[in-house]
Design a protein around this ligand. Structure first.
Ligand SMILES: [Cu+2]
Length: 353
């Protein structure tokens, strides 16, 4: 951590293209020597750099991992030519990219449909907006994510987005050296304010989802059809939880998972089968052992396949295409999870008596 901090200070003070290149490399490896290279305040065109402007790419609420903010915090920042902007992924379990498209290229539609953008394309020197510059998707798997840094060659407005979350959009406004750029501290303060606002928005939606009365429809045979929501979405967050949990579910009942959220989800029961772990595994999309409805047991693989989001909200595919029903013939506990969002703890258990 100490080495990382001194590295941060070193790159904060360094604003030449040469050092930016070093900064990019620093993301991948420790650079203990870098702190020694700039012991006094470096200047670019006479302006004192007060440190890199830091922007948070998404976050999960540390107290409620199910609340995932899908925003850059802050979404906007004004920096001077040559100033380093650094994006961090600290605290997010959901993958995001920071992607600047050149003129003539735009974000993939549908989101996530271009896997070539999951890999990084770093900037080479100061960025002038004419090429693709892309952090790639991160995090991918456990482990720390190195920050992503860009510094800009000329004044202008530089929009960027996440290749899988279209609601994540940011703008860096670049002004000439000597004009009113924001301090790193001011950007951090605004980022923290936005973070607080979006976390509150998400927690409110989580509470609403979890405190809803479970929907159960009685059949003429005396059994019940239960409905479980696969998450929820707000303008700035995804709620990554299965809720509400049916109380008093009996064997013979049915459970219908429905995706009314803005993200794709699965409900996947691995039982004694090997789990599907990677969202890029084609098996994630495939309903197993076949299309809805299915009858659960405690041995086989059951997977809804990818149930598409209701996107745009209220105007997505018909509810039947976003739903999957399981019959629960035997008492027991049936564990399941969402393959996409299990890193955020999106999992549940059907308890049948
Ligand atoms: Cu999910």
């Amino acid at each position: 951590m100490a080495a990382l901090r001194s590295h941060r200070r070193a790159t904060a003070l360094a604003v030449t293209a040469a050092v930016l290149l070093l900064g990019a490399a620093c993301g991948k490896s420790d650079t203990k020597g870098a702190s020694g290279s700039t012991t006094s305040t470096a200047k670019a065109g006479g302006v004192v750099a007060d440190g890199p402007v830091v922007i948070q790419a998404g976050i999960n609420d540390p107290a409620q991992r199910a609340v995932a903010v899908l925003q850059y915090m802050p979404a906007k920042a004004t920096v001077a030519v040559g100033q380093t902007v650094r994006w961090t992924w600290d605290g997010t379990s959901e993958p995001h990219s920071v992607t600047f498209f050149p003129p003539g290229q735009s974000a993939p539609s549908p989101p996530g449909s271009d896997p070539t953008l999951f890999a990084p394309t770093p900037a080479t020197g100061l960025y002038d907006g004419s090429t693709l510059v892309n952090s790639g998707l991160a995090p991918q798997g456990p482990g720390a994510v190195p920050p992503f840094e860009v510094a800009f060659a000329k004044p202008g407005s530089y929009g960027y987005s996440c290749v899988i979350h279209p609601q994540m959009m940011g703008t860096i406004t670049v002004v000439p050296v000597g004009q009113a750029a924001e301090t790193a501290a001011a950007v951090k303060t605004r980022g923290d304010q936005e973070k607080g606002q979006w976390l509150a928005e998400g927690n409110q939606a989580l509470q609403k989802l979890q405190s809803a009365v479970p929907v159960g429809t009685k059949n003429s045979t005396g059994t019940t059809n239960w409905k479980i929501e696969m998450g929820a979405s707000t303008p700035h967050t995804d709620i990554l939880a299965f809720a509400p949990v049916p109380a008093n579910l009996k064997h013979g009942d049915k459970v219908t998972f429905v995706n009314n959220s803005g993200a794709p989800h699965t409900a996947s029961f691995f039982n004694k089968q090997p789990p599907i772990e990677s969202p890029s595994d084609p098996a994630i999309d495939k309903a197993a052992p076949g299309p809805s409805p299915q009858t659960l047991n405690s041995t086989d693989l059951f997977n809804t396949g990818t149930l598409p989001p209701d996107a745009p909200p209220g105007a997505g595919p018909p509810e039947a295409a976003r739903s999957f029903t399981f019959a629960v013939p035997t008492a027991g506990d049936y564990q399941y999870l969402c393959i996409y969002h299990s890193p955020s703890g999106m999992a549940g258990v059907i308890k049948a008596s």
